[in-house]
Structures are given as structure tokens and as C-alpha cells.
Design a protein around this ligand. Structure first.
Ligand SMILES: Cc1ncc(COP(=O)(O)O)c(C=O)c1O
Length: 394
């Protein structure tokens, strides 16, 4: 029921909630009735935060680390992140360029605020992470969605940049690995994109939040290894298993640091203190060993789920190389009763107790015909989910 007493800004009116939230509420209601629901819609690791990070967080709390830090983050953490680029990617980086943020979400907000003028556009892949277009709207910019095909690896290409860039385009925001497709930009893709965007004198922004979660033999690296002027977003949420701690980071060209600092001070004062002390333990060898084990578990799950989904009748022609998502064409299951991905997700939830995310959440391209599966459950549960869906069609 619309409430006539509230007066929202056009900005707030224009931003839509996630469709999957409605599904999640229905799933919760079914669980309250005693139904067993297999959650394959959840975009976060099922693992809890590695013990060494938790211990560092507890120690920080106990020793009174409960005050604000500097707006750009703890110097020791900024240094640890810069060191990570050197040890992990061979990229030498001054810690001055690292901005610690409240999640990649905080990083996206800072970047959109700093780089996108009202009325100007950001090029985004469709399908893509839904919040990006909402962040653009929040700063009165325009999200310029470009449909990306499975054949093009579900990523914007240099040709897309040349074709779709117009006078009002300021930046292109890519993600590698991407949500919802798990597609990864190769070193060559990154190089081609960087030159295409440079030719337009635009900003090259890459969201690398799923970067630790890459499987198989993929020739890729951070965008910073290709282009020192790239803006790179990352986070402790996914690979490091710290979603609830709300901590991420940005690497920006040195000249942009004062602007980031000014915005950070005004938008949120500082990233969360306890989380920052905890994250200092994220790069320790013990933690990295745990994270590598988890990465391998995700890889095994993908190896179990992907062929099972294909055998079920879903069409997935490009093997996703990263993150923990499989984005599948579900047309085989569409009919008069379930004409699109939304109706199909409802049907699977109600009848099979399996929750998945309909393509509608990720843009327009493939919205009706695609579904995202998150393999954030163990292999036995993944196979049980596939069996339950298969049973509906026997
Ligand atoms: C591509 C992408 N970017 C950014 C985020 C935001 O993550 P966080 O704010 O937890 O770091 C997410 C979360 O799902 C995501 O999928």
C-alpha cells in the first residue's frame, strides 16, 4: 500500500530493490513452516571468517581499538594491502594509493562520487552487479548498460567501448571475475580495454572483489599490472570471507587520493576500526593457507554443479572461470505456466525448495531467460538441489 505521508526524493524512488529479496522472504516463510530450503541465491561464502582474522578482531576489541581511524584507513593495513599487490601480482604500489573503505560498496560510492558528474555516464556490462547502476543514479549520473553476450565472455570488449562511448561518457566499470556470470578478463582483454578507454580519455575502473576466487589455468592479473592509472576496487568480503565486517579497498592514481580522503571523511568518517585490525591478519600465511583450501573447495563444487546443471537441461556454453556463480540459460524450462526466470524461480522455490536468483536482478539482457546459481553450499546440497529440480519434471 503506498503511504501518502512519505515524500521521497526522485533518487530514492528510482532505485529498485533486489527481486531476490522477495524470494528470500518467501523462502524464510517456507522455512518457518518447517520446509527445508536449499539456498543457492546467496552471494556470500558459506564459510565463516578464518580463525586468525577472528582472533585478531577479538584482540583488537579487548585492547580498546574502538575509536575512529584515519579516513583513508590504518596505515599498517594500507601498507599490508600494497605489499599484497607486490607478493601476489608483482605490482609495486605505494601504500599512499590504497584507500580502505566500508566494503567494496563504500569504494563504489567513493568512486562514483569522485568520477561521475550529474548527467554523465558510466558504461556497464549487462548483465552485471545491480548496485552499480543504482550508485550511478545516486550521484545523478547515468548507467549506460551494454548487453554483453556469452560468446564475448559476458564482458565489455574494446569494440563495445569504441562503439558505445559518447561525449557524455566518463568511465567504464568492469568486474573480473564478474557477478553474475563468473567471467574473467584475460590479460589481453585488460590491455585492449585499457587502450580503448585511454583513447577516449576516460576512467578505467575494475571491480576485482572476486579476484582470489579464480579456477583453472586463466591468464589474468590485476588491472593495475596493465595500467597504473586504473582504479581498482577490491574487498575483504568474498575471498577473505569477511562479508559482515564491511571492509574493502580501492587503489587510485596518487593525484586522486585527496579527493577520496575528503569524500571518505564526509560520507562515513572512517572504515570500521575493529575490522581493519582483524584484516591485518588476512595476509598472514596461516590465513592464506585456509583461504587457498576454501578456493579449492569452491573449485570442486563448480566441477560438481556445472555438469549436473547442464545434464538437467540448463544451457551454459562458456565455463565460468571465477567467483562462485553459474549463470545459466533456463529457456528449456520456460512454458505457459512459468514464462520467465522470475516465475521459474518461484516454482522451484515453492515446489522443490530450491532458491536461485532470477536474471531480472542483473539488468535487462538475459533477464527473462537466465538464472544465477551460487555454489555457496556444499557439494551434497548442490546435488540434492539438482535432484529436487529434476524430480519436478519426471
Ligand atoms: C561485483 C560486486 N561488487 C561489489 C560488491 C559489494 O561487496 P562488499 O560491499 O561486501 O565488499 C558485491 C557484492 O556482492 C559484488 O558482487
Amino acid at each position: 500500500m503506498p503511504d501518502n505521508n512519505i515524500k521521497l526524493s526522485q533518487r530514492a524512488e528510482a532505485i529498485s530493490p533486489f527481486h531476490v529479496m522477495k524470494l528470500l522472504a518467501q523462502a524464510k516463510a517456507l522455512e518457518a513452516q518447517g520446509r527445508d530450503i536449499i539456498h543457492l541465491e546467496v552471494g556470500e561464502p558459506d564459510f565463516t571468517t578464518p580463525e586468525p582474522i577472528v582472533e585478531a578482531g577479538i584482540a583488537a576489541l579487548k585492547s580498546g581499538k574502538t575509536h575512529y581511524t584515519l579516513a583513508l584507513g590504518l596505515p599498517a593495513l594500507r601498507q599490508a594491502i600494497a605489499d599484497w599487490y607486490l607478493t601476489h601480482y608483482g605490482v609495486a604500489l605505494s601504500a599512499e594509493r590504497v584507500v580502505v573503505t566500508p566494503g567494496a560498496s563504500g569504494a563504489l560510492l567513493l568512486l562514483m562520487g569522485a568520477l561521475l558528474d550529474p548527467g554523465k555516464s558510466v558504461l556497464l556490462a549487462d548483465p552485471g552487479y545491480p548496485c552499480n547502476r543504482h550508485f550511478a543514479r545516486f550521484v545523478e549520473g547515468q548507467a549506460q548498460l551494454v548487453a554483453v553476450a556469452e560468446a564475448a565472455g559476458y564482458q565489455l570488449t574494446a569494440t563495445d567501448i569504441a562503439q558505445h562511448w559518447h561525449d557524455d561518457t566518463s568511465m567504464a566499470l568492469l568486474a573480473s571475475p564478474a557477478n553474475p556470470t563468473g567471467s574473467v578478463l584475460s590479460r589481453d582483454d585488460l590491455m585492449a580495454l585499457s587502450s580503448a578507454i585511454k583513447a577516449k580519455a576516460g576512467h578505467f575502473v575494475v571491480d576485482e572483489i572476486y579476484h582470489g576466487l579464480i579456477y583453472g589455468d586463466v591468464d589474468t592479473t590485476t588491472a593495475l599490472a596493465i595500467d597504473d592509472n586504473a582504479f581498482v576496487i577490491n574487498s575483504f568480503s568474498k575471498f577473505f570471507g569477511m562479508t559482515g565486517w564491511r571492509l574493502g579497498w580501492l587503489v587510485v592514481p596518487e593525484a586522486y587520493v585527496p579527493a577520496m580522503e575528503k569524500l571518505a571523511q564526509n560520507l562515513y568518517l572512517a572504515p570500521p576500526t575493529v575490522s581493519q585490525y582483524a584484516a591485518l591478519a588476512a595476509f598472514e600465511p596461516d590465513t592464506l593457507a585456509i583461504l587457498e583450501q576454501r578456493r579449492q573447495i569452491f573449485e570442486q563444487r563448480k566441477a560438481v554443479l556445472l555438469p549436473a546443471l547442464i545434464a538437467l537441461g540448463l544451457k551454459i556454453t562458456a565455463t565460468p572461470a571465477g567467483a562462485f556463480y553459474i549463470y545459466a540459460d533456463c529457456r528449456h524450462f520456460l512454458n505457459d505456466a512459468q514464462p520467465d526466470s522470475m516465475a521459474l524461480s518461484q516454482f522451484w522455490l515453492q515446489e522443490a525448495g530450491v532458491a536461485v536468483t532470477p536474471g531480472y536482478d542483473f539488468g535487462k539482457s538475459g533477464a527473462k531467460t537466465h538464472i544465477r546459481f551460487a555454489y555457496t553450499r556444499d557439494s551434497a546440497r548442490l546435488l540434492e538441489a539438482v535432484d529436487r529440480i529434476a524430480a519436478l519434471y519426471r
